[in-house]
Design a binder for this molecule. Structure first.
Ligand code: PLP
Length: 336
């Protein structure tokens, strides 16, 4: 199996999110190896599209991103929790997102320099509390970006406005050059949420973070599997374990290198694969590493071709009860 990446869809999704960010610039969250699609593949595409600010979670992720862009454009969301991490950031020019007074002290004691600051405006995840913001340790920092993160921007709930209000209050006390709040879904909440920079992740990679985006966000990740054999069946030939399908007449089928061990088929209640936009219905039981499909609609299909696994994130999410985030990040575990 392999994972095809539609680079033009990725670039177009960023341009759409950048336009929807109004006067703010859209950056890009590329943590978790570019949401499972491979940071080495997505970062150059996003860079060439115009992205300036890249966000990763860990220092270990910054290294592969820095192969493609200047290090000072990389922000490490977890921050520097000890001297080793702070010194690593200083040495390579990679900026930490400082999340606590402890992190602020570590950064300053290690030599400091330009950094970012995260404020917790109501998610109880990472970030300075609203009281910490006015601490002299924070006032002493040289802050590029002050940011906060929305917990429920994909829903229409009062928490969004509350987080906006708290972020504004915190931002007013922070001597930062730029301010940032919105993730993918937050971009669609309107101008008040944009500040100077937005930080989309999911929707760059094809996720529909809010219904308003549907139709503008294109699928980026396309899992594919190889055709390993073509066969001609005659009436009465049975297919697969337990003969759950029996050919009613002569038909052409193909054996595909994709099975339940790949962990993806269970997500698909739609029992077909695709080739050239044509549907290839799955016949009989799926095996551990193989699936047999009817290729009556695709007479041109040849051994060695690649067929697509339908992977519309919203559709598969509705069917599988997995979030679109999980559906993306599990791809990277199996496919290369
Ligand atoms: C992951 C992340 C983002 C991107 O969020 P999406 O919902 O994927 O758009 C933005 N900001 C921070 C702090 C994040 O951790």
């Amino acid at each position: 199996m392999r994972l095809a990446l539609d680079q033009s869809a990725l670039a177009e999704n960023w341009r759409y999110l950048n336009r929807m960010s109004g006067s703010a610039q859209a950056g890009a969250a590329v943590k978790a190896d570019g949401y499972g699609l491979g940071a080495d593949r997505v970062v150059p595409v996003l860079r060439d599209a115009g992205v300036q600010d890249f966000f990763v979670a860990h220092w270990s992720e910054a290294h592969s991103v820095a192969r493609h862009i200047p290090a000072h454009r990389i922000s490490v969301l977890h921050g520097a929790v000890n001297r080793e991490e702070a010194e690593y950031g200083i040495r390579h020019g990679i900026r930490p997102v400082i999340n606590s007074l402890h992190q602020a002290r570590v950064w300053q004691e290690s030599g400091g320099g330009l950094c970012h600051v995260m404020v917790d405006s109501g998610m109880s995840r990472l970030g300075l509390s609203l009281e910490d913001v006015s601490d002299p340790v924070i006032a002493a920092l040289d802050i590029d970006l002050a940011m906060s993160h929305l917990a429920s921007a994909d829903e229409d709930v009062a928490q969004n406005a509350l987080q906006l209000e708290r972020s504004r209050a915190a931002f007013a006390q922070l001597p930062a050059r730029r301010f940032s709040l919105a993730n993918s879904a937050g971009i669609m909440l309107g101008r008040d949420y944009h500040f100077d920079l937005t930080r989309p992740g999911l929707s760059l990679y094809g996720g529909i973070a809010r219904p308003e985006m549907a139709g503008n966000i294109r699928q980026v990740a396309i899992p594919q599997a190889a055709v390993i054999q073509k066969r001609r069946l005659q009436a009465g030939d049975s297919v697969g374990y337990n003969a759950r399908f029996v050919a009613p007449g002569p038909m052409n089928v193909a054996v595909i290198s994709l099975g339940y061990a790949d962990g993806l088929l269970r997500l698909q209640q739609t029992p077909y694969l695709e080739f050239d936009r044509k549907k290839l219905p799955v016949l009989g039981n799926i095996s551990m590493d193989m699936t047999i499909v009817d290729i009556g609609q695709a007479p041109d299909l040849r051994e060695g071709d690649w067929v697509n696994l339908p992977y519309d994130l919203r559709m598969v999410s509705d069917r599988s009860q997995l979030s679109q985030y999980e559906l993306l990040t599990i791809l990277g575990l199996r496919l290369r």
